[in-house]
Every structure is written in structure tokens, then in C-alpha cells.
Design a protein around this ligand. Structure first.
Ligand code: GN1
Ligand code: MG
Length: 386
């Protein structure tokens, strides 16, 4: 409580959204006080996320995180929520066992008045509410290697905490999510269909992708060869999926748990480098600003290896640097595929948005190819703990 009192109250917004009937949706949840309204929150590409503001009886404002789950992407929302409740309660238990208050360290699902984790509206929309983690925020761009180190520690610790979690209790929310060869096949199919006549306009990106078709299977081959084990992984370790405490700068809470599934540690490492070590935003149009910064790379790697390094196999350690490149390539492929398909998966906010995103990813891939030796040297020399 004392800790909570130190957290500065966030300002109530001046205007609220009228995109949905929030009063009707939120009446399904047992939230105290008077609803003031909801505003869009965050930068996610899949779900619709809002901060829902209330005024409590004592006059103080309080917000909750409200999300409309994208059911085109997540076909089994009940399975998804079963995963999230199982994982968050397991993690809370692990924090408690370590003598830490789980309150701000893991997401907490607020169940509906009916007792379930989801509310379905009249249009079939699936809604959920989480406790809002106050006094912490996410960043689109890292403020320096120290933040990457915090993110690395948080994602490494997340993976370590789930090491004994019974993986057979998890539904696969999106099958073959990080299966790069399948993602490549989907890209070739989209290029062949050319549904929107966009292929001619991105011939350079298509050629860039084709030149790297050979290496898409490397992580799965290493897994099949027994060098890289299946673990419970986060699978969407974007830098903006870890909350950084405003007061301490610590990476306190890993969010966006929709894709927690059995996977490879290399997916989590790779995706974090893709997003966190980029010196520019994911959709930056000025590609001269897009580079993979070795200081940021080292920041993340040092934190991740500090908390998870000792449990990684030699096969995993050998592939860490490569995984950054492969996952960046894979997500670039997914953006390019969606551009070719007509922007049906990722939210877009301007024409050519997915193509811009694909270009930044491919620019990073080329930069990582140039810096590969240095990345490998850094991984080798950092201490491995956990
Ligand atoms: C999506 O939901 P969000 O924006 O954190 C996507 C990730 C991609 C990412 C690219 C379920 O993540 O796989 O890496 O966009 N999530 C899903 O920015 O597809
Ligand atoms: Mg997210």
C-alpha cells in the first residue's frame, strides 16, 4: 500500500471514445465507481485496447485495461483466456514464493459478474478486463541499453519462471506461430495470388525475401536435431510488451500474454532484438535511421543471459545471434505478406503501412548480416546466470 501511495495518479483524459457502447460492455464487470469513459490505449496491431476510467466513491479516478480480443486472429478465445489465467496465476505464485508482491508484476484478469474471464457483446465481440498497472509504462523506442537490459532480465525471468509450468495445459492459440518456413510459404502464396496487384510495387522486397528462403528452417532443424529444446515461451517479446517502472526503471511486468505457448527460447530472444535494438520505429520510412544498435543488442543480451543464460543449451547459445536475424526476417515476411494480401491481419494507419514495416525489418536484417560476427562475440563473452 505504501508503495502504491507513491505512484502518481494519471490524469483523467479530457475526451472519451464513442467507438463502442462501453457502458454496456463494462456493466458486465464488477468495477466499482462511476464510469467516466474509455480511451484507446497502446500501440498493439491486433486487439483493440482501451483504458476505462472510473471515479470512485471517494472522488479518486481509477482506470482498468479493457480489451476487445481479435477473434479473427485468436479463433479460440476461451482457450486463450484459460492459458492466460493459468500462466498469470502460476507466475503470481512464483513471485510470492520469492517474497515479492505479484500485484504490479503480472497481469491480473478481472472476471465478469457472471464469473468468466470474457464478456461477449451482442455483436459477438469478446471483451476482457485487466488490472491497470500504474506507475509504469511501455516504450516504442528504447531510451538506452539500460532499458534493454531490464527488458532482457524481465523476459529471461519470465521464461525461467515458466520452466516447470505444465506445457500440456496450454492450448496452442495460433498454430505454427513462429514456423518460419510456413510463414515463407504463406508469403510465396500471397505473391503468386497478388490479390491487390501490389507485387510489382514491391519487387525489391520480394527479391530480398527470396534470396533468404534457404535459411528459414534453421531453428526448427536445430530443434529436430535435439540441440534446442521446446519450452514455454512468450512468443511476442516486442520491447513494448514489457512495462518499465517509472520510479525505479526496472522491467516489472511482462504483458501481452496471448501467444504464451510451447516454443523456442530463440523466438523470444530474436523478437526482442528485432524490436528493442532497432534505432528507429518499426514503421520508420526514413530507412537511413534504421539500424541494429550493438549497444542495445548487448543490453538486452546481458539481461536475458543474466536471468536465463545458465539454463540455455549450447545449441541455443550458438543460435542466439542468428535468431535475431531470423525472427526479424520472419516478421518482415509477415508484414510483406499482409501488404500483398491487402492488409487483412495487422492494423494499418496509412497506405502502404505494412510495406513500410516490411522495409524496416529487411533493413534491420541486412544490418544484422553485416554485424553477425560482433553479435556472436558479444553473446560468447557475456556472463550466463539464472
Ligand atoms: C503483433 O499485438 P502486437 O502488436 O504486440 C503480432 C506479433 C508481431 C507484432 C509486430 C498475435 O503484436 O506477432 O511480431 O505485431 N501479434 C500477433 O509488431 O500476431
Ligand atoms: Mg503488444
Amino acid at each position: 500500500m505504501a508503495e502504491e501511495a507513491k505512484i502518481r495518479e494519471a490524469a483523467v483524459p479530457e475526451a472519451f471514445s464513442d467507438e463502442f457502447d462501453f457502458a454496456a460492455v463494462l456493466s458486465a464487470f464488477p468495477l466499482e465507481g462511476t464510469l467516466l469513459g474509455a480511451v484507446r490505449y497502446g500501440q498493439g496491431h491486433i486487439n483493440d485496447t482501451f483504458a476505462a476510467w472510473y471515479r470512485a466513491a471517494d472522488g479518486r479516478p481509477r482506470r482498468w485495461l479493457l480489451q476487445r480480443v481479435n477473434t479473427r486472429v485468436f479463433r479460440d478465445p476461451d482457450g486463450l483466456m484459460a492459458n492466460i489465467e493459468a500462466v498469470t496465476s502460476y507466475i503470481a505464485g512464483r513471485f510470492r514464493a520469492a517474497g515479492l508482491d505479484p500485484e504490479r508484476r503480472t497481469l491480473q484478469v478481472v472476471r465478469t459478474r457472471a464469473g468468466g474471464p470474457l464478456h461477449r457483446d451482442a455483436d459477438g465481440g469478446c471483451w476482457r478486463v485487466y488490472v491497470f498497472v500504474e506507475g509504469a509504462r511501455t516504450y516504442q523506442l528504447a531510451q538506452g541499453p539500460h532499458q534493454l537490459r531490464e527488458a532482457g532480465r524481465a523476459f529471461g525471468a519470465f521464461q525461467r519462471m515458466l520452466a516447470d509450468f505444465p506445457a500440456d495445459r496450454l492450448r496452442e492459440t495460433i498454430p505454427k506461430f513462429h514456423d518460419t518456413p510456413s510463414r515463407y510459404a504463406a508469403f510465396e502464396a500471397a505473391a503468386a495470388r497478388d490479390a491487390r496487384g501490389r507485387a510489382a510495387g514491391c519487387a525489391a522486397e520480394i527479391a530480398f525475401a527470396r534470396a533468404r528462403a534457404e535459411e528459414t528452417g534453421r531453428l526448427l532443424e536445430a530443434h529436430a536435431a535435439g540441440l534446442v529444446p521446446l519450452r514455454v515461451t512468450h512468443n511476442d517479446t516486442k520491447f513494448n510488451n514489457v512495462m518499465i517502472d517509472d520510479a525505479t526503471g526496472e522491467g516489472i511486468c511482462v504483458v501481452d500474454l496471448d501467444t504464451v505457448m510451447p516454443g523456442l527460447s530463440l523466438y523470444d530472444f530474436g523478437d526482442a532484438i528485432r524490436s528493442g535494438a532497432n534505432t528507429a520505429e518499426e514503421d520508420e520510412r526514413d530507412l537511413s535511421k534504421v539500424t541494429m544498435d550493438l549497444g542495445l543488442f548487448e543490453g538486452f543480451a546481458s539481461g536475458f543471459l543474466e536471468t536465463a543464460g545458465a539454463s540455455l543449451t549450447a545449441g541455443e547459445l550458438d543460435l542466439l545471434a542468428f535468431s535475431a536475424k531470423l525472427i526479424t526476417f520472419e516478421i518482415g515476411l509477415r508484414f510483406l505478406t499482409d501488404h500483398l494480401d491487402g492488409d487483412v491481419y495487422f492494423k494499418v494507419h496509412r497506405d502502404g503501412h505494412n510495406l513500410d514495416r516490411a522495409r524496416t525489418q529487411f533493413t534491420l536484417v541486412a544490418d544484422m548480416e553485416a554485424k553477425r560476427r560482433e553479435m556472436e562475440r558479444i553473446v560468447k563473452r557475456l556472463p550466463k546466470g539464472g
